[in-house]
Design a protein around this ligand. Structure first.
Ligand code: 3SL
Length: 236
């Protein structure tokens, strides 16, 4: 029987094996929503890196640079971390190196997975259909915030787990908890999240428009997958 587990914070990654699994990394606000958007709008590849310096070095090699710390764009970078920055014709065919506070850290901790995929509400059903056709065990890794659990990544994990139709085993109760949380929230995700920590943080950064966008369901039929060191569109 397949196992479907949810790691609620990168700080719990030591409890999980990734080698035999399809790992789905999620950072709804906003890293993995931006990655999905960028590839859907024609970016050729995204190189996720955990550190700002590594991203700057890739900038010197010809990548565009993107990302944030504490939600704010890094001054010397080309782009910040709003999904609206990744919808322009100017990015078509370009390669972007990106570093974010939590999303790219969760990706680096998941390297070594049998397959590493990127999830967001924007590609939820496409991702679920793909995973339902695979035999692999699945681990959903929530990026959280600096090791803390957050609601939006947990909700996405519940939404995805609910669409995975196989009978499954689980290492702990996080999958059942996330599905149950999603049931409570799904009729109005934005209202459910209004007091959540990162939505509050983004209010101070004028991020309300980004939150609304990142909670859209099934905007794109694209799955970012790690090939070597870069995220590219999975061939479906
Ligand atoms: O931490 C991250 O990876 C970011 O997505 C955070 S923010 O939404 O850009 O603040």
């Amino acid at each position: 029987m397949k196992s479907i587990d949810i790691c609620l914070s990168p700080d719990l990654m030591h409890l999980y094996e990734v080698q035999d699994k399809a790992v789905v990394v999620v950072d709804i606000l906003r890293a993995t929503s931006c990655m999905t958007t960028a590839l859907a709008h024609g970016v050729a590849a995204i190189r996720p890196v955990a550190e700002v310096q590594a991203c700057e070095a890739l900038g010197k090699e010809g990548y565009l640079t993107a990302g944030e710390r504490g939600g704010e764009k890094i001054d010397s970078f080309n782009f910040g971390n709003s999904p609206y920055e990744y919808q322009s014709a100017d990015i078509v065919g370009k390669k972007i190196a990106v570093t974010t506070t939590n999303g790219t850290r969760a990706i680096s901790l998941s390297e070594g997975a049998r397959q590493l995929l990127i999830g967001s509400f924007l590609n939820l059903s496409t991702l679920a259909s793909y995973l339902n056709e695979q035999e692999h065990n699945i681990l959903i890794v929530c990026a959280g915030w600096k090791g803390f659990v957050n609601l939006e990544d947990t909700l996405f994990a519940g939404a995805l787990a609910e669409q995975l139709t196989a009978k499954f085993t689980q290492a702990c109760d996080s999958t059942l908890a996330a599905i149950s949380l999603y049931h409570s929230a799904k009729h109005n995700l934005k209202r459910f999240l209004q007091n959540s920590s990162h939505v509050q943080r983004l209010q101070h950064l004028n991020g309300d428009r980004d939150v609304t966008f990142c909670l859209k369901l099934d905007e794109y039929e694209v799955i970012p997958v790690l090939k070597g060191k870069e995220l590219v569109k999975l061939e479906l």
